[in-house]
Design a protein. Structure first.
Length: 518
C-alpha cells in the first residue's frame, strides 16, 4: 500500500517537473560556461553548448503549442522516434527527459527504514466506533497525571484472521508537554503506526485550533537578533509601561500595514528622534553559539567544492574526447556523441567511445554524491534551527513574554565577515536559512500560543537607543562601542536589545514613559 502511493506520487512529481522544465526551455542561467556562453537552466551542460539561438527559438515556439497532456505524449513518442522534429532537437528533449527521470527515480526503502501507516477505521476491529473510542480515550488520558496504557485493536492481516492488539503507552512526560500548554483545546486527531526493522509503535497526531495571541498589555519581551557566528542572540526585557495600542499600530505602520513600508531614510529619522531609557530593564541574556554549526556547514562546503572540481575536470576530459571522436568520425567538433558507436570497426574510435561513456557515468555518480551532501546540509539546518526555535519559545513561556524579531527577509554573510568561508559556503548558508528558521520559529510560537511582533531591521545594530545616535561606525566587528560615552556591548546582544526596545521607544521631547501605552 505504501509502495504504490509513494511510486505514484514520485511519478506525478516527475511529470510536473518535466512539464515545467519543458515550459522553461528558453531560460538561461547566470553561470557562464567555459566557452563563455550561458547554459540553458533545464538541460545538461553538454547539450546547452550545442544549441544555437535559432534552436532555442524553435524549441520555445514548440512549447507554446503544447499543453500539459500534449507535452507528456510528445516525450512518450520521443522514446521511439523523432516525432518530425530535427534530430538535434529530439536529442535535446530526450536528454531533458533523462535528467528528470534520473532525479525522480523510484523510491527505495533501506534495511533501517521506518514505514508509516496512517490508521483509519478500516484498520481497527470495530470500525468507526472503535477508532472514535480510542481517540476519545487518548484525549481523556492527556488530562490525567499518571502514565496510561491503552490497547489498540488492530484488524488481522488476513480475512477472518485473529486480531492484533498493540499496547500504547502514554507517558507522563508526553502529557506534561501538552497539558502545560492547555489540554482543553488539544484534540487527538488521528493515529500513525510506525513499522521499523525490530519494533512497531503507535504515534498520535495532536491538533489545536489556531490562536491569535496579542502583544497588547504585555510588559516583557524576548528580543532576538538572528546571525551567523551567533545563530541567535536573545535579550529578555521588561518595561514599567505595558505595550499599548499606539505602539503596536506604529510598528504595524512601519512594516507596511498602511500600504507603505518604512524606508531606510525614514527609519533613520525615526530612530534619531526616539529614545529608550531606564524604564526598560534587562532580565536575561542568552546566546546560541553557531560556531560548531558553521564548522559543519563549512566541512560540507569543502566536500562540495571537491566534487565540483572533479566534475569540471571530467567535463574537460569529455570535451577533448568528444572532439577527437568527432574528428575521427568526420563530424562537427561540437556534435553530440551517439550512444551507439558510429564506427564499430575502428579500434581507436571504439576505445575512446567506451571511455567517453564511462566518464559520463562517473559524472552522474559524482552529481549524486553532491546531492547527498546538499541533503546533509538541509538536515543540519533543520535540526539546529529547530533546537534554537524551541529554546526561544521556552524563554518566552518562562517570562510570559512577547517575542520580538526583526523583519528581515534575506541575511547574507559578507565577504569580510569571519563567518564567510567561500562562495559555496555562502550559498549553502543563505539558501533558505533565514526562511527555514523563521518558518520553524513561527510555527513553534503559534503552537504554543505565544504572541510575536516584527520590527523594521534598519540600523538595529548601529543605533544607541539612549541618545538616538545612528552611526555604523559604532559597531566594530563583534563589539558595539557607543559614540556618546564609549560604553561597550556585545554587538549581537546590543542589536537584540535594540530590537526589543523598539516597542518602547518614545519621542525625545517626552518625559513620561507611560505615554507609550496610550
Amino acid at each position: 500500500m505504501i509502495a504504490k502511493s509513494a511510486v505514484l506520487e514520485q511519478w506525478k512529481r516527475g511529470q510536473r517537473n518535466l512539464f515545467g522544465a519543458f515550459r522553461n526551455i528558453a531560460v538561461f542561467g547566470d553561470i557562464v560556461m567555459q566557452d563563455g556562453t550561458k547554459g540553458v537552466v533545464n538541460l545538461p551542460e553538454e547539450y546547452s553548448r550545442t544549441l544555437t539561438a535559432q534552436d532555442v527559438k524553435e524549441l520555445a515556439d514548440l512549447v507554446g503549442k503544447l499543453d500539459f497532456f500534449s507535452t507528456l505524449q510528445l516525450f512518450r513518442n520521443l522514446e521511439s522516434g523523432d516525432c518530425g522534429l530535427p534530430a538535434h532537437h529530439a536529442d535535446v528533449l530526450r536528454a531533458m527527459a533523462r535528467t528528470v527521470r534520473n532525479r525522480f527515480q523510484r523510491p527505495v526503502w533501506k534495511d533501517d527504514a521506518i514505514i508509516q501507516l496512517h490508521l483509519d477505521y478500516r484498520c481497527l476491529r470495530g470500525g468507526k466506533a472503535a477508532l472514535a473510542d480510542t481517540l476519545g480515550a487518548l484525549g481523556s488520558a492527556l488530562e490525567t497525571k499518571a502514565s496510561t496504557t491503552i490497547d489498540l485493536p488492530l484488524t488481522s492481516v488476513s480475512p477472518r484472521g485473529g486480531g492484533i492488539t498493540l499496547p500504547m503507552r502514554l507517558s507522563r512526560s508526553i502529557k506534561a508537554k501538552h497539558v502545560k500548554h492547555g489540554s482543553d483545546d488539544v484534540h487527538v486527531a488521528s493515529l500513525v503506526l510506525e513499522l521499523g526493522p525490530v519494533k512497531a509503535q503507535v504515534k498520535m497526531i495532536v491538533t489545536r485550533p489556531p490562536t491569535l495571541p496579542s502583544a497588547q498589555g504585555c510588559r516583557t519581551v524576548v528580543a532576538e537578533d538572528f546571525g551567523f557566528i551567533n545563530t541567535s542572540s536573545i535579550v529578555v526585557l521588561r518595561s514599567r509601561s505595558p505595550i499599548g495600542v499606539g505602539a503596536l499600530a506604529r510598528v504595524a505602520g512601519h512594516n507596511g500595514g498602511d500600504g507603505k513600508k518604512l524606508t531606510k531614510e525614514q527609519a533613520r529619522m525615526f530612530l534619531e528622534t526616539h529614545v529608550s531609557e531606564d524604564d526598560v530593564e534587562v532580565l536575561d541574556y542568552v546566546q546560541f553559539d553557531g560556531s560548531d554549526f558553521l564548522g559543519r556547514i563549512a566541512a560540507q562546503a569543502t566536500k562540495i567544492d571537491g566534487l565540483r572540481s572533479e566534475i569540471d575536470r571530467l567535463y574537460n576530459r569529455l570535451d577533448r574526447i568528444r572532439a577527437e571522436l568527432n574528428r575521427v568520425a568526420d563530424a562537427e567538433a561540437a556534435a553530440l556523441v551517439p550512444e551507439i558507436a558510429a564506427m564499430p570497426s575502428h579500434p581507436r574510435y571504439m576505445a575512446m567511445h567506451g571511455r567517453f561513456f564511462r566518464l559520463m557515468a562517473a559524472v552522474g555518480w559524482l552529481k549524486q554524491a553532491r546531492l547527498a551532501v546538499y541533503r546533509a546540509v538541509a538536515g543540519l539546518k533543520k535540526s539546529w534551527f529547530g533546537h534554537v526555535a524551541q529554546r526561544k519559545a521556552d524563554l518566552a513561556e518562562k517570562y510570559g513574554a512577547v517575542v520580538v524579531t526583526e523583519d528581515l527577509d534575506i541575511v547574507a554573510v559578507p565577504t569580510d565577515d569571519p563567518a564567510y568561508k567561500g562562495r559555496t559556503f555562502n550559498k549553502m548558508i543563505n539558501n533558505g536559512a533565514k526562511g527555514q528558521y523563521i518558518l520553524r520559529s513561527e510555527n513553534t510560537l503559534k503552537w504554543r500560543g505565544i504572541a510575536s511582533v516584527k520590527v523594521p531591521s534598519f540600523y538595529t545594530s548601529s543605533t544607541d537607543w539612549r541618545t538616538g545616535t545612528v552611526d555604523k561606525a559604532q559597531r566594530r566587528g563583534l563589539v558595539f562601542k557607543a559614540e556618546f560615552d564609549g560604553r561597550l556591548w556585545d554587538a549581537d546582544l546590543h542589536a537584540a536589545e535594540m530590537i526589543g526596545r523598539y516597542l518602547f521607544l518614545r519621542p525625545k521631547s517626552e518625559s513620561e514613559p507611560a505615554a507609550l501605552a496610550a
